[in-house]
Structures are given as structure tokens and as C-alpha cells.
Design a protein around this ligand. Structure first.
Ligand SMILES: NC(=O)c1ccc[n+]([C@@H]2O[C@H](COP(=O)([O-])OP(=O)(O)OC[C@H]3O[C@@H](n4cnc5c(N)ncnc54)[C@H](OP(=O)(O)O)[C@@H]3O)[C@@H](O)[C@H]2O)c1
Length: 338
């Protein structure tokens, strides 16, 4: 099989295709012949040496695949053999084959292509945890979705619509028409406009009930100012660290400097909540996550989960896929196909 390795930290050129023997499935696991692998922002952070959870380099990243089960490990049910599946993977997705424990493997809805199915595990689970599980979003609340044009942003639009919420998003201007066609109620070009006064204008000075913020540092401090009483801030990334040229963990220092401290009394008096989400630290909560995935895959069959594939790159062009995302041209998900 072929795998795409991050050979060392650096630009997209450090991604190299290498031949390797097919992996035998381990106990309780199956081997999946990959038809589509999702590319995530975390993969780019890993390549740049900015991702604390990344495996030691050289390594094969890739947090999600869709494909066909082609081998069964000891103690895993033979029923999986030949089935079309989708699976979150703890790395290794940028490959022709990957091994995953059966508890992490799900039947692919027949209505989805493999590329569409590969958009679901990371983006939709993250948005679900942010909005439904921890954000407790209810009908008629207003949500501010930062980076609305990314994969998590598009998933958040689907889930927010499903909950009957009003959706405001920040994104560069070229993505606005598309995002509105997906159901975003108001789009703010944060590259040209200060988004905070605009959010306050759109909410008649009240602010919003839920904010999804993957930027980090001082951006979280600013987001807090847009929360109305009962508002919740969901923090789930430090994209702003990519602006720094310093290596991990020094690059986070600039982000840390601006990071707000949340005093319990201040939160209590302001009727506000703050919480963090890191999907990559939920591998030991399989039952919980399984129920979320089941609900989202059912949503795809019902039609309210609408996976959008912006662009498909061949596996060997993983570097081009990274460069494409880094140039901010993607509207939602980018997928690799072996
Ligand atoms: N904690 C978790 O479990 C978890 C899970 C998934 C993702 N995340 C985080 O969520 C964030 C978004 O992920 P995603 O998969 O939605 O990303 P994505 O699909 O790559 O989209 C990111 C979008 O954000 C904007 N952006 C802002 N700062 C950027 C930067 N420095 N470089 C490139 N684009 C930037 C761009 O849109 P504009 O054109 O509008 O600027 C871009 O299209 C990332 O920080 C990621 O690490 C966290």
C-alpha cells in the first residue's frame, strides 16, 4: 500500500508518498481499503510542528476515512467483511489502507459517496459537541460561527439549522454567497470589518447565546464581549498560532499572552459559560461518541446533514491539498482519494 508521510516539519513539500506493506488488522479491529480520507486543519498544524497531539515524525496523519473493509482481525465479527464503512482514525488515514477498532467503524449511509462520508467524523462531531452536547443550543437562539467557511463551519450551519437557531458567521467575502445558500443568516467579512460591532448591530446590541471560536488567544477575549447573558463560548482551536513563525510550544506563547482568564465570580455575575472541545481527547469515550456518530449518519439519511465536498485531490497530491487549504480557498471539506 501507499501512505503519505509527514517526513519532517515544514511546508507542503515535506509530504511524501511511500510504499509500505499492508497492515494486518489487530485484535478487535478491521482493515479498511480507503476510498476517501478527510484532510483536517490539525493535519496542517501537525505538518508545521504546531500540533501537540501529533504523532512523532515521520508519521502518517489522517483522522477519518471512508472505504471498504478488506480484512478482519482476531475477535472482530466477520460480518464487516466487504462492507462500506466510515471511521474516525487515530492517524494513518492518508493511505491506501488503515486499521481501525470495530467500535470506531460505522456502516456508510448508502445515500453518500465515500468522499461525502469522509466529511462527517471530524467536522460534524466537533460541531455537534460544540453546539448540542456542550453548547446546549435551543430553538431561536443566535449563534456566532467563526471560520464559518471551513469544514466545521459548514457542519455547524447544518446543525444550527436543525436546532432552529439564527446563524451569524465570519468568513472572507468570497465565501458569503455560498454560505448563505447553505443557510447562514448573516455573514461578516472579518478581513475587512471589525466583526464585534457588526455582531452587536445584528443583534440589536444584545449579543449572541453561543459562539464557536477556533482562533484562540485574544480572539477568545473579544468573543466574550459578544455574549449576551446566558451566552456560552465554545473554544476548540488556536488557528491564530499559525500566524507565528516560532516552533511549538513557543508559537503558543503569543496566543497564551492574550488568552483570557475566566474568574468564577465574573462568570456567575455575567450569567456566562465557557467550555473547551478537543475531539482528539475523546478516544476513551467511545460509547458516547458512537451515539453522536449514529445520530449524524442518520441525519445524512434524513437529509439535514448535508456533507459538502469542496475539492478532491489524489492521495499523492496531499501537499497540494494542504496548500489549497492554507491559501484559504476551500469552502468546507477537502478530501484525498487513493
Ligand atoms: N478541537 C477540536 O476537536 C477540533 C476539531 C476540528 C477542527 N478544529 C479546529 O477548528 C478550526 C477550523 O477547522 P476546519 O477543519 O473547519 O478548517 P478548514 O476547513 O481548513 O477551514 C478553516 C477556514 O478558517 C479560515 N481561517 C482562519 N484562520 C486561518 C488560518 N490561519 N489558515 C487558514 N484558514 C484560516 C479560512 O476561511 P476564511 O477564508 O473565511 O478566512 C478557512 O477556510 C481549526 O483551528 C481546527 O484546528 C478543532
Amino acid at each position: 500500500m501507499r501512505q503519505v508521510f509527514i517526513t519532517r516539519t515544514g511546508g507542503p513539500e515535506v509530504l511524501k508518498l511511500r510504499e509500505a506493506p499492508d497492515l494486518p488488522p489487530t485484535k478487535g479491529a478491521v482493515r479498511i481499503r480507503v476510498k476517501a480520507a478527510g484532510v483536517n486543519f490539525a493535519d496542517i498544524l501537525a505538518r508545521k510542528g504546531l500540533y501537540a497531539d501529533a504523532p512523532k515524525l515521520p508519521a502518517v496523519v489522517g483522522y477519518e476515512v471512508s472505504g471498504v473493509v478488506d480484512a478482519i482481525g482476531p475477535e472482530a465479527s466477520q460480518e464487516w467483511l466487504g462492507r462500506e464503512v466510515v471511521a474516525p482514525t487515530r492517524f494513518g488515514g492518508y493511505a491506501d489502507t488503515v486499521v481501525a477498532p470495530v467500535e470506531q467503524v460505522f456502516a456508510k449511509p448508502a445515500s453518500l459517496t465515500h468522499a461525502q462520508a469522509a466529511t462527517i467524523p471530524v467536522n460534524y462531531l466537533t460541531a455537534w459537541q460544540l453546539m448540542v452536547v456542550m453548547g446546549a443550543l435551543v430553538k431561536d437562539e443566535t449563534v456566532l460561527i467563526h471560520n464559518a467557511g471551513g469544514g466545521v463551519g459548514l457542519a455547524a450551519i447544518d446543525i444550527g439549522r436543525r436546532r432552529g437557531a439564527r446563524l451569524i458567521g465570519t468568513a472572507s467575502a468570497g465565501k458569503h454567497d455560498f454560505l448563505k445558500s447553505r443557510g447562514l443568516d448573516a455573514a461578516i467579512d472579518y478581513t475587512q470589518t471589525d466583526w464585534l460591532p457588526e455582531v452587536m448591530r445584528l443583534t440589536n446590541g444584545r449579543g449572541v447565546e453561543l459562539i464557536l471560536d477556533p482562533l484562540g488567544g485574544g480572539h477568545w477575549r473579544k468573543s466574550c464581549k459578544a455574549l449576551r447573558p446566558t451566552g456560552r463560548l465554545g473554544m476548540f482551536g488556536v488557528s491564530s498560532a499559525t500566524a507565528s513563525r516560532l516552533p511549538w510550544p513557543l508559537n503558543l506563547a503569543s496566543v497564551a499572552v492574550g488568552t483570557p482568564w475566566f474568574h468564577p465570580f465574573s462568570l456567575m455575575d455575567a450569567n456566562r459559560g465557557v467550555f473547551g472541545v478537543n475531539l482528539g481527547h475523546l478516544w476513551d469515550e467511545r460509547d458516547k461518541v458512537r451515539a453522536w456518530v449514529d445520530g449524524l449518519l442518520a441525519g445524512a439519511t434524513e437529509g439535514w446533514v448535508r456533507p459538502h465536498v469542496d475539492r478532491v485531490f489524489p492521495l499523492e497530491a496531499a501537499g497540494e491539498a494542504h496548500a489549497y487549504i492554507e491559501s484559504r480557498r476551500n469552502k468546507g471539506k477537502v478530501v484525498l482519494e487513493p
